[in-house]
Design a protein around this ligand. Structure first.
Ligand SMILES: NC(=O)c1ccc[n+]([C@@H]2O[C@H](COP(=O)([O-])OP(=O)(O)OC[C@H]3O[C@@H](n4cnc5c(N)ncnc54)[C@H](OP(=O)(O)O)[C@@H]3O)[C@@H](O)[C@H]2O)c1
Length: 345
């Protein structure tokens, strides 16, 4: 039986991606050991459910190779039966240094070889230090390589509004910016969203489930503090964010409210947290991290499908109840800065 079609968004270069994307940072090794063969096997359930878009990076350990293995397996089946097309979004995260064309080209060729593709659906560029303006050199070459057909969508990750504007003003066409966005971390709403809407740039978001903290699993739980409790890189990253935002007690108030909303709609807290972000202006898609190759991988697929189903509609009352809690939080724009500033000292 074919799956119900997953809602999609079209990026400015014409690539259609699912509104819920499968995140592959979880197979980088930072979240625990990775069984590559099991990870490749687990990808099938997502594709069978219609979730065909995967997000990875050149710095996510074996993620691009795992995608490549799955991609080639899928292609080899295509002579027997029709197989769905995958969308593989990667990131180019160079160490600051000379950004000559040959450096950029070599990095893209490595990603293509690992992903077993002849061209890249989408390259999301990250840069660590705005004082080093060579990000403009890199983006110039990426834009040329896009014209030559090596890349379909040229995108960014963790760029702030000021630099996004600078890059756009140079005539470089950016399809999307991948940033942290959740009920907790709403910094994109301050400036980023408005610029993106005006310039047809989609936001692809991460941290939307705070590594799983934004779920029933943590409702009524004592504050997790130890490495054993915060057992993935995501959990500790977003626990720090919750500390900056307002602390565990306020977070519990938020979970109680999200659970009330979830019960009204007969869905999970995670689905409400995802829908909330999907409904924000400029948000094209939410990336949900998948612990491929770990027991229980795939268990959240039905929640993800529910989150992006047009039938899940948050009401004005739902939004007001959430706002009543989030308005009691600290201002993360003031303490951290705009999108991506957490990566720059
Ligand atoms: N550009 C960047 O700088 C950047 C940074 C971080 C992430 N990302 C991207 O975003 C992706 C998402 O990663 P993230 O770190 O932000 O993690 P996340 O999506 O906030 O959290 C993922 C975790 O949430 C749990 N989860 C997922 N669906 C759930 C559900 N329906 N109910 C309960 N728990 C659920 C799972 O935990 P269990 O596995 O324990 O069940 C999963 O491992 C990454 O893979 C990567 O592609 C990009």
């Amino acid at each position: 039986m074919s799956p119900v079609p997953v809602p999609r968004v079209t990026l400015s270069g014409g690539l259609e991606v699912c509104r819920v994307l499968n995140g592959m940072w979880q197979v980088s090794g930072a979240h625990g050991p990775v069984d590559r063969a099991a990870a490749v096997k687990d990808m099938q359930a997502y594709v069978d459910a219609g979730l065909t878009t995967f997000d990875m990076a050149d710095i996510y350990g074996p993620a691009e190779e795992i995608f490549g293995l799955f991609n080639s397996q899928l292609k080899s089946k295509s002579s027997e039966t029709s197989v769905p097309a995958l969308q593989g979004l990667t990131k180019y995260v160079p160490r600051p240094g000379p950004m000559e064309r040959k450096v950029v080209e070599k990095a893209l060729q490595r990603s293509m070889a690992r992903m077993q593709v002849d061209s890249l659906d989408c390259v999301q560029f990250h840069w660590w230090d705005y004082k080093d303006k060579r990000y403009l050199d890199a983006l110039g070459h990426l834009s040329d390589l896009q014209q030559e057909g090596v890349i379909r969508e040229l995108a960014l990750t963790n760029f702030d509004t000021q630099r996004l504007e600078e890059i756009t003003n140079k005539g470089i066409r950016i399809s999307s910016n991948q940033v942290q966005y959740s009920v907790v971390d709403q910094r994109p709403a301050a400036r980023m969203e408005q610029f993106c809407v005006a310039n047809n740039i989609q936001l692809l978001t991460y941290g939307t489930l705070a590594g799983g903290l934004l779920s029933e699993r943590y409702l009524g739980r004592a504050e997790p503090r130890s490495r054993e409790e915060l057992y993935t890189a995501s959990l500790s990253k977003y626990k720090n964010m919750i500390n900056s935002w307002g602390g565990w007690s306020l977070f519990q108030d938020l979970l109680v409210t999200l659970e009330t909303v979830a019960k009204r709609h007969g869905c999970s807290v995670a689905s409400v947290a995802t829908r909330y972000v999907l409904d924000r202006p400029a948000v094209g898609g939410v990336i949900v991290g998948c612990r491929l190759g770990v027991a229980g991988a795939g268990q959240h697929i039905s929640d993800s499908l529910r989150s992006c189903s047009p039938e899940l509609k948050l009401t004005a009352d739902d939004l007001a109840a959430i706002e009543a809690v989030t308005s009691r939080s600290r201002d993360l724009m003031a303490s951290i800065g705009d999108c991506g500033d957490e990566y720059r000292g």
